[in-house]
Write a protein that binds this ligand. Structure first.
Ligand code: IVH
Length: 672
């Protein structure tokens, strides 16, 4: 009897899976929604009566109940590379030439052309036919685990179709692809958000990527996410061609974009790219180019990769989409440094997936150079960045109402007089207490890459500054003492405040270099902050250091050192740092004890090109693990990490008898 129930449940699951596949992957449903719901209800009933028979791959288990506290790091078995870009036919022909020059002479090369989906890349790991984990790309080597959120996407199979019928070994493989949102679903989502007074997503890609990082899977399940798979990766199996892999992915039940084409030469490749570009506007989802891949996997392996990109594939980027619209007004926005930048307030216009109502004008010189005036009709363009820009003015449409704009004499936020340094194009508000600067500094402090306080974004910061809860970023750490006041603020409930306070506490773990970056010292970007933190090791040593000493730090120039000195000579800044210290933020670089790991206390020199990271990123990893990175090889060097085309440093290391690590060995130690 128990066996019979188990069999019934499994049959019902298979039936539902098949309907999911027909509906979400093939878009060819064969039963009505009511009949489908009936099947799901029946399965839910049987599982409720037999809870011991519930398995994680059951269609009822797509939406988890628990919040994801943290998206855990996952090391990719095979690094997730990104693609080099080409922008014209010539560059595409160069790519083909490089491919043929690298392969043995006379070998024919076939290419597969696919649309480049504009979404968030993901790797799905299947073990014994079941989805085990899903991970974001991250830095290509380590991503974040997003299994719970990915399971909510109905076109992601929790159990593979036809899994056992293939000759290939598919016990453990990764299917890689892109999670995206259809344009109409994205518009609908933004419409709902607008009605709820929530912040709008800039484009379908951001809304897909943002959704994947939501902690509550119940919310994720309501968002219309979708997926296309385009790559099969396994360390167990040798595949033959990309075309076969796409077919195999389809047979396993994955959603594969149908616009791919096999091309036998570059003329066919170009025709295929142009065909996709022409089709771009009529597709239901956003594409920003075509991807050209060498079809033979054997040839792909011969070609290998350089820096972070494969030599066997390239992206062909389509031209940025442009639109015409009118500038209603030119306004002036004050940033955290006090710089006042002009912004074009546009007649709202829809362009590549989103409605635009503002564009940056960079600075007053740019306005004068392009002769941009209020009331003008302009061409706007969305390039790689989210913020659109004004390309040019349509002068023949200039009417009587067109008005030249001039920077204001006073700060548009606090009213204090503006100042223009002689050697700069920007105008500045010099009042450090200006609310716009206060908000900007706090936003920078809480942002990703700095203290990374999830949930403390622009809208909340505006609100907290206006209510007087925040005046400096040190006040963030006092918010916990005002919990009741915060909960009383409309729209903020107990739960969201507790999440926020937990994120604030969690930010205290950020390392010194991030804290230093978060302070927002002018010209000190993330890279400079890391170099300063590695050199001085403590904030106290930095505070007492002279300008000369600071500028002696490798790659730290006079504008940075001057700015650092100025920052630390302000009493107000020192007070804030003191408060942050009392709250327990890290103001010392963590020096790991010798013997902690392979890298601790050892000196490395990086040379040649690595395929998985840039040299700078590899250096950061070494430093994070307690090692040192030197630029030249000497007797003090412990290891030389040699990538492709390593030159004289490798020769020197060999002559000095210094140990050499190839990329594979280096990665192995990183993963230990
Ligand atoms: S292949 C090693 N194919 O574009 C090959 N990527 O920088 C790597 N993308 O991170 C990916 N559509 O997120 C490939 N048909 C497609 C793609 C595609 C979109 C994304 C992917 C990747 C980025 C390239």
């Amino acid at each position: 009897m128990a066996n019979q129930i188990e069999k019934n449940i499994e049959e019902l699951r298979d039936l539902i899976r098949e309907h999911d596949y027909k509906y979400y992957v093939l878009a060819e449903p064969v039963i009505s929604d009511e009949d489908y719901d009936r099947l799901v209800k029946e399965l839910e009933r049987l599982e409720a009566e037999n809870p011991g028979l519930i398995t994680p791959d059951s269609p009822t288990q797509r939406v988890g109940k628990d919040l994801t506290k943290e998206f855990k790091p996952v090391t990719h078995k095979v690094p997730m590379l990104s693609l080099a870009n080409t922008y014209n036919e010539e560059e595409l022909y160069d790519f083909d030439r490089r491919v043929r020059n690298t392969l043995p002479p006379g070998e024919a090369v076939e290419y597969v052309v696919e649309p480049k989906i504009d979404g968030a890349s993901v790797s799905l790991n299947y073990v014994d036919g079941y989805l085990k984990t899903a991970a974001t790309r991250g830095d290509g080597v380590v991503g974040e685990e997003i299994t719970v959120n990915t399971k909510t996407i109905k076109s992601v199979p929790l159990k593979l179709k036809n899994y056992k019928s293939f000759k290939k070994s598919l016990n453990d493989f990764e299917a890689r692809g892109e999670i995206f949102m259809k344009i109409k679903d994205f518009k609908q989502l933004n419409k709902e958000r607008e009605e709820q007074g929530e912040k709008l997503f800039a484009n379908p890609r951001n809304s897909a990527a943002g959704t994947l990082k939501i902690q509550d899977p119940q919310i994720v399940a309501k968002r219309p996410l979708n997926i296309f798979l385009y790559m099969l990766v396994s360390t167990e199996e040798e595949f033959i061609t990309q075309m076969e892999n796409l077919e195999l992915l389809k047979k396993l039940g994955f959603n594969v974009n149908k616009e791919y084409e096999l091309c036998r030469n570059m003329d066919e490749v170009l025709r295929s790219c142009r065909r996709l570009e022409a089709k771009r506007e009529s597709l239901e989802y956003e594409i920003d180019g075509a991807v050209i891949k060498v079809n033979s996997i054997r040839q792909q392996k011969l070609l290998g990769s350089i820096a972070k990109s494969p030599r066997w594939a390239v992206a062909f980027k389509f031209k940025a989409k442009q639109a015409f619209t009118k500038i209603n007004k030119i306004t002036w926005q004050v940033g955290r440094t006090g710089a006042v930048t002009p912004v074009a307030e546009l007649e709202p216009v829809f362009l590549s997936g989103s409605t635009l109502s503002r564009a940056t004008l960079h600075n007053y010189d740019e306005i004068k150079r392009k002769d941009i005036r209020e009331g003008d009709t302009v061409v706007i363009e969305k390039g790689g960045d989210v913020i659109p820009k004004v390309v040019s003015v349509v002068e023949i449409e200039r009417g009587k109402n067109s008005r030249p704009a001039k920077p204001p004499d006073n700060c548009p936020v606090c009213g204090s007089p503006l100042f223009k340094p002689e050697n700069e194009v920007a105008y500045y508000c010099e009042n450090t207490e200006c609310p716009a600067q206060i908000k900007g500094r706090i936003e920078h402090f809480a942002a990703r890459g700095a203290m990374d306080i999830e949930g403390l974004g622009e809208a909340l910061i505006d609100l907290f500054v206006e209510r007087g809860f925040l005046n400096t970023y040190a006040d963030i750490y006092d918010l916990k003492d005002r919990r009741e006041e915060l909960v009383a603020v409309e729209r903020l409930g107990n739960k969201s405040i507790d999440n926020l306070l937990a994120a604030i506490e969690d930010s205290k773990k950020q390392p010194f270099s991030k804290v230093l970056f978060a302070l927002g010292i002018r010209y000190v970007g993330a890279g400079a902050a890391r170099k300063l933190a590695d050199h001085f090791l403590t904030i106290d040593k930095m505070i007492t250091a002279g300008e000369d000493e600071i500028s002696k730090v490798h790659e730290i120039g006079p504008s940075i050192s001057g700015s650092v000195k100025k920052f630390f000579s302000s009493k107000a800044n020192l007070n804030i740092i003191q408060r942050l210290k009392e709250h327990g933020l890290n103001f010392k670089s963590e020096v790991k004890k010798a013997g902690d790991n392979f890298f601790t206390g050892k000196t490395f020199v990086l040379t040649g090109s690595l395929s998985t990271f840039s040299r700078e990123e590899a250096g950061e990893k070494i430093i994070a693990l307690g090692g040192k990175v030197a630029s030249g090889v000497s007797k003090k060097t412990d290891y030389v990490v040699a990538g492709e085309n390593a030159g004289s440093k490798l020769d020197k290391a060999e002559s000095l008898g210094i140990k050499i690590l190839n990329e594979e060995e280096f990665l192995k130690h990183l993963k230990e």
